[in-house]
Design a binder for this molecule. Sequence first.
Ligand SMILES: Cc1cc2nc3c(=O)[nH]c(=O)nc-3n(C[C@H](O)[C@H](O)[C@H](O)COP(=O)(O)OP(=O)(O)OC[C@H]3O[C@@H](n4cnc5c(N)ncnc54)[C@H](O)[C@@H]3O)c2cc1C
Length: 424
Amino acid sequence: MTVRGTQTREDAVVSIVGGGVHGTHLAVRLLESGLVTHDQLRIVDPNGLLGNFRRQCEQCGLRELRSPFVHTIDTDPFSLGAYARSNGRTDELRSSGFGGDRPVASLFFDHTETVCATYDLDSLLIEERVTGLDERSTGVHLETTAGSFDTDWCLLAVGYGGSRTLPEWADALPHDAPATHVWNPEFDPAEIGPRASVGIVGGGITAAQLATALARPGREVTMFARTPISVESLEAKSEWMHFSSAVEQLQALPPASEARAQVVDDARNDGTVPPHVFQPLRRAIGREAVGLQQTTVEECTSAGGIIVVTCENGRARCLDRLAFATGFGSPYDAGLFGKLRTMSSLAVGYRGAPVLDDDTLRWRRADGSLSRVFVSGAAARQVLGPFAPNIIGAREAGALVVDELERAVAAGASVSPRPADGVE
Ligand SMILES: Cc1cc2nc3c(=O)[nH]c(=O)nc-3n(C[C@H](O)[C@H](O)[C@H](O)COP(=O)(O)OP(=O)(O)OC[C@H]3O[C@@H](n4cnc5c(N)ncnc54)[C@H](O)[C@@H]3O)c2cc1C
């Protein structure tokens, strides 16, 4: 097994699967709480710490975060602001007109690197993919691409696990067609030629950012958006960010149910664009550096390295490249969750959503008891609501997980209880 840093022992007390925003924040919380030491904690991620999120931000040309500077992976919400001040970088905090200022991407990522270094998170990293998981009397058994190991507690923080939404007609495109989803690891906007004609399918934040980032003299950039661009500052109403009454109402519905899924879907401002992304897009459209076609692409063919898209208005366009900015798919359909929903004794509900305990984020077993697997991120949205995938969702999840592990310590005088310890 490839273990980076100083870790050599394979079994762990707590293992975090996924080293993104959620995984790193959970690790920081756990270390700061004193519940685990470095040699008891693992982070398993083939893409390194925050590698996936950093790549996605680069792929869509993200300049500024949508969330305020207090949404950080550090436990201290003011640590990013203090970092900006002490490094003379307060100009990288942008006014949002409401709430706190937003960090530009470089400031956010430089700060996360500092936090990771402060807690020496690199030394916890196992650069492998987890391919399977099952509970045993010895703990949770994790299978990885390079072997297996046991852990007393497992925290799943795998984001969307590679799940992406594509238009139905995209399946018919040949593999060598110059068309790809923006979140495909191989998509690199820097490889797009300076005089290429590029189509972007989508009208939300990713499409808007990418179109603006690609716009330059000589290049033709066209957005194909089904509906008029809708501007919203946040991903959902701010009341959801407090994880109080709106979340309580959500939790009054049956766990992992269709009703909960519906509430969360309705609450999310999916497909919207915040003002700080809309304004540069509008300017780019105004100077004709970006074309906006409000239409549905109905068909697409590819031959000889060219893509031809046909829209509902009957118009066809020839393009050199096509990028799908059509969003994430269900976090339960792909990757590890896709596998666990059919191959484990853990309970799942509507469309494969994990049945989680609302107070602790522990995944319930099929018999209703609490497993030693926690879930944070997009897959916990039926418990924490529309901000579950976000940085603020990681902070809320981190508090719940650490509280529960502290209760386990109080009940069993160890962070590594066995079923007999009575914390089930
Ligand atoms: C471009 C963009 C901008 C965003 N901006 C904001 C913002 O401004 N504010 C905000 O609050 N939110 C924002 N979000 C939403 C959210 O905060 C991010 O998506 C964040 O990265 C989610 O963190 P995560 O850890 O759940 O997922 P990820 O960052 O995707 O991390 C999950 C990790 O799990 C790993 N993984 C997956 N499967 C396995 C496996 N089987 N084994 C081991 N590892 C695995 C992946 O390699 C990945 O590194 C943004 C999202 C995007 C895409």
